[in-house]
Ligand binder design. Structure first.
Ligand code: FJE
Ligand code: FE
Length: 429
């Protein structure tokens, strides 16, 4: 590192410190006021200078009050406060003249904002609950007896995430905090220079499925690769990964990222990748319905992916006029995310669901779908065996207790217990 460069880094860091300590507080206070609760937040920041002219900055907001645990053990993540933090960071970047410098400052600011009462008070509209009736069975051709009905329908609105990126979050947004074992589903749309620069993960898996375009991934252990349209990267973060995920092509790069929780025993395993190229993904086509099987099996096709937390993940494309009866293991939590077109889910007489909606499925052993529109319907069906363990999430760390979260943050900060390479590494441009 040359002295000139070092000076610049330190300078950025100092400016960043001053602003970070002030601006987010204001942003948090405003977000708290909107949420109808006092701004009682302490923030602390970890700084790492990883290479010349690049300050990778992970900012964590910590609520000073101890949130009362929800029955499911899940801590609320304030999407609005998170968005406010992202906006603040973007302003700060502009102020510092860093707007065009890749990965100059990156924040993954996710925090527990206050307690759960506030979380519920903020919810203005209750999700519509659709009920199923016993007489409403699927057509006789259905290979199952207890068709699953849609019990919740949520629109995944666009929100800022990462560095200048946009996601439509379905699982993980406040109306749908989690659906054990799933923590998050983002449909991302990202153009250069935006992306998801260097950030950590511990305690769960991320599954990135490219819908259009390409994304390059680099991690602190030297793992590097680009996934293109139709490819899947199944990353088991286990005890720790630090990586960057950035668009590889020109124009908008689109995909889905799903976060699957790991059981307590799997949270500490060595990280692992399973990568599937589009051509190697099992496909089947039956009566106008095409299935691309990312995990589990459908229409006679099976995926080679090993799922530590038992998971089914299928990308269906249904031609106009087609119908589908897909078994879904009983006892598993299941949802649908509509990518394109519109379809009728669960009950033959249900109102059609259009793109960007997430449907949570009720109990049963299968899902029926009808495409009565005049264009193709594309959706993913995801199901997983619930872990039934407490979930304590703090941004990219998902553990079973607050103490384990504290440990994860310490390990990341000090480079211990799986994060040894974190302090030496930063992604290359
Ligand atoms: C993250 C902020 C983030 N959705 N979809 C905070 F942006 C991320 C993160 C992503 C992400 C990455 C891709 Cl490629 C697609 C995403 C969030 O990287 F992990 C935290 N904690
Ligand atoms: Fe990531």
């Amino acid at each position: 590192m040359t002295p000139r460069v070092r000076k610049r880094v330190v300078c950025n860091l100092q400016i960043a410190r001053v602003h970070l300590m002030e601006l987010p507080r204001a942003a948090w206070a405003a977000a708290a006021a909107r949420a109808g609760q006092p701004p009682r937040l302490n923030l602390f920041f970890t700084h790492r200078i990883t290479k010349p002219a690049v300050v990778v900055n992970h900012a964590w907001g910590i609520s000073s009050g101890v949130p009362s645990p929800r029955p499911d053990g899940h801590e609320p993540t304030p999407t609005r406060a998170e968005a406010a933090m992202t906006t603040t960071m973007m302003r700060l970047r502009q102020h510092l003249g860093l707007a065009s410098s890749p990965a100059a400052i990156y924040t993954s600011a996710i925090a527990g904002l206050g307690n759960n009462t506030a979380h519920h008070r903020r919810r203005t509209t209750r999700p519509r609950i659709m009920s199923s009736s016993a007489s409403d069975s699927a057509s006789p051709a259905a290979p199952f007896e207890k068709p699953r009905a849609v019990v919740k329908k949520v629109l995944a609105e666009s929100q800022p995430e990462g560095q200048g990126a946009t996601v439509r979050r379905s699982i993980g947004r406040h109306e749908l905090r989690s659906l054990d074992p799933f923590l998050l589903l983002d449909k991302f749309s990202v153009s250069k220079p935006a992306g998801f620069p260097d950030h950590p993960h511990r305690g769960f898996e991320t599954v990135t499925y490219m819908l259009e375009g390409a994304f390059t991934h680099q991690d602190f252990a030297g793992h590097k690769g680009t996934i293109k349209t139709g490819d899947v990267q199944w990353m088991t973060a286990g005890r720790g990964i630090v990586h960057s995920e950035m668009p590889a092509g020109d124009g908008v790069q689109k995909g889905l990222q799903l976060w699957i929780n790991l059981s307590s025993k799997d949270k500490v395993i060595e990280p692992r990748y399973q990568e599937l190229e589009s051509k190697d993904i099992s496909r089947a086509e039956v009566d106008g319905v095409e299935a691309r099987v990312i995990a589990g099996e459908a229409l006679g096709a099976a995926s080679p992916v090993y799922t530590r937390t038992p998971t089914m993940y299928v990308d269906f494309t249904m031609r106009p006029g087609s119908r589908l009866h897909q078994p879904v293991p009983e006892g598993w939590n299941a949802f649908v995310y509509v990518v394109e077109g519109e379809g009728v889910f669960g009950r033959e007489k249900a109102a059609p669901t259009t793109a960007h909606h997430c449907l949570v499925l009720g109990p049963g052993d299968g899902l029926s779908v009808w495409n009565r529109s005049d264009r193709s319907l594309r959706f993913v069906l995801v199901a997983g065996k619930p872990l039934g363990e407490p979930v304590v999430q703090h941004g990219p760390f998902v553990m079973n207790s607050r103490a384990e979260i504290q440990q994860a943050m310490e390990d990341y900060y000090y480079g211990k217990n799986g994060f040894e390479r974190a302090s030496q590494w930063s992604s290359s441009a």
